[in-house]
Design a protein around this ligand. Structure first.
Ligand SMILES: *[C@@H]1O[C@H](CO)[C@@H](O)[C@H](O)[C@H]1NC(C)=O
Ligand SMILES: *[C@@H]1O[C@H](CO)[C@@H](O)[C@H](O)[C@H]1NC(C)=O
Ligand SMILES: *[C@@H]1O[C@H](CO)[C@@H](O)[C@H](O)[C@H]1NC(C)=O
Ligand SMILES: *[C@@H]1O[C@H](CO)[C@@H](O)[C@H](O)[C@H]1NC(C)=O
Ligand SMILES: *[C@@H]1O[C@H](CO)[C@@H](O)[C@H](O)[C@H]1NC(C)=O
Length: 393
């Protein structure tokens, strides 16, 4: 259920994930506000085959200019504290809307040469507002895990780029290293623009990486990507319709732990809390009565109040890992006094498994200037990331 449990717009510390989902926002450039805007999922009708064909030729012509904006400059020579590896990485920006100054950040971790030509997989984290680079690439399926205090990287044994080229996209603008120079964009984000921006990103990205054109392509993600993934997939599918050999050779999509159905998501969450003894019978009933028919992104005040009651009752529990201690209690915490106090091996069941402090390591690592430089991120100091991005949904 990671990243599926909602956090509340008016508070800042209900779930640890909130902190990372506004990871690069130590210096917010936007003051908090409560601008709410509903955005509907795209109802765009299918394009005429003719239009799609025309677009195909237009894109083909654009290829001539690809050399000028090639991918070579985006190659990552080496990340600070990185072990020797047998695969290549690229990262950088693709501007998706010139007039607004909206630019999306990507990180590509390629498969090793002997696995090529491997498929290309786009990965999207959810919430909305979580960075795919900070979560997906650094704590989940990516090539590396981050060491305590952001001191360096080690290889993730379960990295997906053993068999596929994984393209992590920080989306929408305002998340992770992706930014917009138009502050109001942060309040008017939503499913539709996210899908269209992501589509624009893809078409421009393929011009930058022409050797990935026509490659088997998949879209994958988790949590709120239960919205992003099918919506972007629909757009790609529709634009591909009638095109004999589409550049974006879309083969399929995959969603893990998807937020798709608010009712059942709430139902399962509350039942989980209750049958793990985290909330009382009364609170379980209260949550049931107050939230079950609410929207996940726009809960009612009554549901908000019920969540407050349950949060209070749950106490200091890591919602995403109820069997491990919370970060501040663990020996691997970046708090060195905690590490000194607690003997190693106190939590043997944690060895080699989930480290509840992993979010702190990511925060530390990606805020390092040398890391940002190696990633070609924040080159102009123009990051306009904001925790507000989720609240304008
Ligand atoms: C979705 O976004 C696109 C691009 O920004 C826009 O052209 C279209 O009108 C939007 N559709 C809806 C239903 O808002
Ligand atoms: C955003 O503004 C910065 C600072 O003026 C500029 O360097 C950058 O190119 C702009 N980004 C886009 C996508 O226009
Ligand atoms: C919560 O709602 C579900 C679905 O209606 C029901 O099965 C369950 O018994 C309810 N639990 C409580 C304590 O109300
Ligand atoms: C829930 O708790 C937060 C933080 O304490 C508070 O700001 C908010 O008003 C509460 N909501 C309700 C409905 O009580
Ligand atoms: C981006 O870079 C500027 C310096 O160019 C720095 O002041 C700022 O803190 C950086 N932003 C983040 C979020 O690290």
């Amino acid at each position: 259920m990671r990243k599926s449990v909602r956090s509340k717009p008016t508070t800042t510390s209900i779930f640890p994930l909130y902190i990372l989902c506004s990871l690069y926002v130590r210096i917010p450039t936007v003051s908090s506000g409560a601008v709410i805007m509903n955005t509907m999922i795209s109802r765009r009708g299918p394009l005429l085959a003719l239009a799609a064909v025309a677009e195909f030729f237009a894109l083909t012509c654009l290829a001539a200019t690809a050399a000028a904006s090639g991918h070579a400059a985006d190659r990552i020579v080496r990340l600070p504290g990185q072990p020797v590896v047998d695969f290549d990485m690229y990262s950088g920006y693709v501007t998706v809307e010139e007039s607004a100054g909206r630019s999306l950040f990507y990180l590509l971790q390629e498969a090793p040469a002997e696995a090529q030509p491997a498929p290309l997989v786009l990965w999207l984290n959810g919430r909305p507002g979580c960075s795919s680079v900070a979560y997906g690439a650094s704590e989940e399926l990516g090539a590396f895990r981050i060491r305590p205090r952001g001191a360096g990287l080690f290889l993730n044994e379960y990295r997906w780029n053993k068999v596929a080229n994984i393209l992590f996209l920080d989306s929408p603008a305002g998340v992770g290293f992706s930014y917009t120079n138009t502050t109001s964009d942060l309040y008017t984000s939503g499913d539709n623009r996210t899908a269209h921006d992501s589509y624009t990103f893809l078409t421009k990205w393929f011009e930058k990486f022409p050797h990935y054109k026509y490659r088997d392509f998949y879209i994958a993600g988790e949590s709120y990507a239960g919205h992003y993934v099918p919506e972007l997939s629909q757009l790609v599918h529709r634009r591909n319709k009638g095109v004999e050999k589409p550049i974006i050779n879309f083969k399929g999509f995959m969603v893990g732990n998807g937020l798709i159905d608010d009712y059942h998501d709430y139902l399962g969450t509350f039942e989980f809390w209750w049958n793990h003894g985290l909330v009382s019978d009364d609170t379980y009933r209260l949550l049931n009565d107050s939230c079950l028919h609410d929207s996940f992104v726009h809960p009612s005040p009554a549901c908000d109040a019920a969540f407050n009651v349950s949060t209070e009752e749950q106490g200091n529990i890591d919602m995403y890992s109820v069997y491990t201690p919370t970060c501040n209690d663990t020996p691997s915490s970046s708090s060195s006094s905690a590490s000194r106090r607690r003997p190693k091996g106190r939590y043997p069941w944690m060895t080699g498994s989930y480290d509840p402090c992993t979010e702190q390591y990511s925060t530390a690592y990606y805020n390092r200037r040398d890391v940002q430089t190696a990633l070609h991120a924040n080159v102009t100091g123009a990051i306009r990331a904001s925790a507000m991005v989720a609240y304008g949904w």
